[in-house]
Write a protein that binds this ligand. Structure first.
Ligand SMILES: NC(=O)c1ccc[n+]([C@@H]2O[C@H](COP(=O)([O-])OP(=O)(O)OC[C@H]3O[C@@H](n4cnc5c(N)ncnc54)[C@H](O)[C@@H]3O)[C@@H](O)[C@H]2O)c1
Length: 440
């Protein structure tokens, strides 16, 4: 059993904290956001993540999972301190390490003995060494000398299936060449370690690189199939059949081969940009990643053109947009394709009726600048009232089986844009709609 502090209680920090407590560790989650900690203390989960509420409740009531805003007492009581704060993109594409630095300095100010400081935030190669330097600097300023080790332990969970991903990971990566720190990490992950989860120990820089290389590769894969889809449209091929056949090849694999409106979310866009930036900084251009970033941006814009052309112009037309989060089962709308699509359509004079099962609140403030063009619907059918077109941007389960007769009756004209290819074109057309998919 380890005593663990987690600094940053967002998607990663909260899921990690709850699941590490479930593994039998004693965990305290710290966040500087008082409101968030207050809600957690009163049993409320501040994010939408399926299954997380039960894990949090179970461990909180067992006393294994605590919440606080007090970094100092939390760090002092722990053997292992995770940094799980945000690393948002800076204007130049690099990862903004402000929160990581302030967490590292807060840890140093509270250090009272040997600790393992674990970087779980996604950070550019070299950040682990910077974290060491920041801690050493604060200790020197205190006139204190305590031993500590910095470990990189990148997180690969996916929002929407985060609890399952954390508790059944494809691999755990531990970046450190210090035996004492490695032993401490084995104790933290004992439950998985005994389960024979692939457990990969590397140097610090290698672990940091593994995270970026993994995310960038997935972004490339998505973008590749999106470009194939665009070509399929031009030559009359069907991208779904192409992807299915490609995916059967064990060297390729079927995952992340679904053509759509482009990737979004809090990770792929910023991590590809940060990795490309690191490549440029070191004089080693990552041309595949650079091209992927540009191709993904144009894929999102291509969706706006697809809708505009399919509708023969969107000015003063009403468009129902279903799905705003960057993927189903999350309220996270950061860099979601739906935002670009809404902005593009509104910019050309469309009126939008938008709906998402979990992301309405987040989307509302991110789309505040086009507020006058938006009506926030109450559900998917309310969004369809008087619409000239339906656009499915995110494949929430409840959008997979719409009552098409009801939908058609509510709409002014039957145009159906299925940007996730979740419907069979013939079925939709049989109900009297004109169907537009991606790459078929
Ligand atoms: N979201 C994902 O699916 C995912 C997956 C893998 C890795 N990551 C990486 O994990 C990191 C965290 O991502 P997230 O989505 O959980 O971010 P988030 O924005 O949801 O949460 C970050 C939290 O850190 C808190 N915070 C910031 N500075 C702090 C400080 N000095 N002390 C205490 N709390 C502080 C914020 O208040 C916020 O609650 C990022 O580097 C991200 O790239 C995210």
């Amino acid at each position: 059993m380890s005593s663990i502090a987690i600094i940053g209680t967002g998607y990663v920090g909260l899921v990690s904290g709850a699941c590490l407590a479930d593994f039998g560790n004693q965990v305290t989650c710290v966040d500087s956001d008082q409101g968030k900690i207050q809600r957690l203390k009163s049993g409320e989960i501040p994010i939408f993540e399926p299954g997380l509420d039960a894990v949090v409740a179970r461990n909180a009531s067992a006393g294994r999972l605590l919440f606080t805003t007090d970094h100092a007492s939390d760090v002092r009581a722990s053997d292992v301190v995770f940094i799980a704060v945000g690393t948002p993109p800076a204007d130049d594409g690099s990862a903004d390490l402000t929160h990581v630095e302030s967490a590292a300095r807060a840890i140093a100010r509270a250090l009272n003995g040997y600790k393992v400081v674990v970087d779980k935030s996604t950070v550019p190669v070299g950040t682990g060494r910077k974290v060491s330097a920041w801690i050493a600097e604060e200790l020197a300023a205190r006139g204190a000398s305590f031993e500590f080790d910095v470990v990189s332990n990148p997180e690969f969970l996916r929002e929407g299936s985060a609890v399952q991903d954390f508790t059944h990971p494809d691999r755990v990566v531990i970046g450190s060449d210090r035996p004492r720190a490695r032993d401490a990490m084995k104790e933290v992950y004992r439950a998985l370690f005994l389960n024979e989860t692939p457990y990969i120990e590397t140097g610090l820089e290698t672990a940091e690189m593994i995270k970026y290389a993994s995310n960038a590769f997935l972004a490339v894969k998505i973008t590749f199939i999106n470009e194939v889809a665009n070509l399929c449209e031009a030559v009359g091929a069907n991208v779904q059949d192409v992807a299915r056949a490609m995916g059967k090849d064990g060297r390729i694999g079927s995952k992340y081969l679904h053509a759509g409106p482009g990737y979004g979310g809090s990770c792929f866009p910023k991590d590809t940009r940060a990795m490309a930036r690191t490549g440029r900084d070191f004089g080693v251009p990552l041309s595949v990643v650079e091209t992927t970033i540009a191709a993904n941006d144009s894929q999102k814009k291509r969706m706006v053109r697809k809708i505009t052309e399919g509708m023969g112009g969107v000015k003063d037309r009403t468009i129902a947009v279903l799905g705003l989060s960057f993927k189903p089962n999350t309220d996270d709308v950061r860099e979601a394709p739906a935002l670009t699509i809404c902005e593009g359509l509104a910019g050309m004079g469309a009126q939008l009726r938008i709906w998402d099962p979990a992301g309405m609140q987040e989307a509302a403030w991110r789309l505040e600048h086009i507020r006058s063009r938006i009506c926030f619907a109450r559900d998917e059918y309310d969004a369809l009232q008087g619409a000239d077109a339906l656009v499915i941007v995110t494949e929430w389960n409840q959008f997979r089986n719409l009552d098409l007769d009801r939908a058609k009756a509510l709409m002014r004209s039957p145009l159906f844009f299925d940007l996730r290819n979740i419907y069979t074109p013939q079925d939709v057309e049989a109900k009297g709609f004109r169907y537009f998919g991606v790459g078929r």
